[in-house]
Ligand binder design. Sequence first.
Ligand code: TXA
Ligand code: MG
Length: 322
Amino acid sequence: MAETGTDISKAANCLKNGMPVAIPTETVYGLAANALDSVAVARIFEVKKRPFFDPLIVHISGIDEVDKYALGFNATARKLAQHFWPGPLTLILTKKAIIPDIVSSGQPTVGLRVPAHPLTLSLLNSLDFPLAAPSANPFGYVSPTTAEHVNAQLGNEICYTLDGGPCSVGIESTIVAFEGEIPVVLRLGGISTGDIEAVAGCKASEKLNLSGNPAAPGQLEMHYSPGCVLHLGMPDIEVLTFHSKLALIRFSEKVPDFPQEQQFVLSETGDTKEAAVKLFATLRKLDEQGFTEAWAEAAPENGLGMAINDRLKRAAAKTIRG
Ligand code: TXA
Ligand code: MG
């Protein structure tokens, strides 16, 4: 099991030696390596069993570092970074040659973000390189929102797990590319498209790839999947074939005519922020408690609710595809 704690110098030493370290962020835990060292980055792909066509996000310590790693930091991107960083926003910009091709999967762009977690920001400030970090889960599985989640699956492969407590947002960053000055949302996340538009001062377009086409990396149709079979929606209780390994994920309240202990509520007050924080831990709980099948009720289709429903759709995709 990975040594776990809050010792930034231990984490830094592992990273300097090319060994993977789990880092807390406000969204989910990341599995980090020196982004400028291709061999260290290759180890991340290996540990996660992640296909090389899926590029990694590079974590930097502040907005002043953007120009070291990317070109074309346009005025809209700058406004968004100034407003939302540190925070759950990843900007896709043209990469400079210093970023190895393995990080960007051979694409001419790089995703940059400043994470909002004090431990990880201190770690980044103590290093003279940025950190490439995908979410710290085996490829395709649910993202981790605690150090325990990370260690349960990848603990044997990690040099150190920096424990920053439970993630405060719980869902990954919003990924934004640009067509000229127009923001293009590639992944829904911790910041809603409406909030992006409000700060950018213009309409954003959304290009959320659900095709599962490796040529369009980033948004695989099937992702975030628990081991159990997940269905989206909420059928009438009378038509459900009841069994003891069937769970319901409910947005805000349990249904009366179904065993209460087989139901998981994301937010009793109907708060999408709280629901996002609990989402991935709830999906994991289904597996931990041995459920084989679950129905998940959708969140309201606004703000963070859209990102929650996006994750649920992808988590259920293997069921949809059969
Ligand atoms: O909140 C987050 O973004 C977390 C924390 C750890 O920072 N990271 C995260 O990483 O979610 P990952 O690897 O699980 O997801 C990153 C997504 C992938 O879907 C990847 O394809 C996309 O970002 N991505 C990275 N670089 C890209 C690029 N240059 N162009 C398009 N998509 C990119
Ligand atoms: Mg991920």
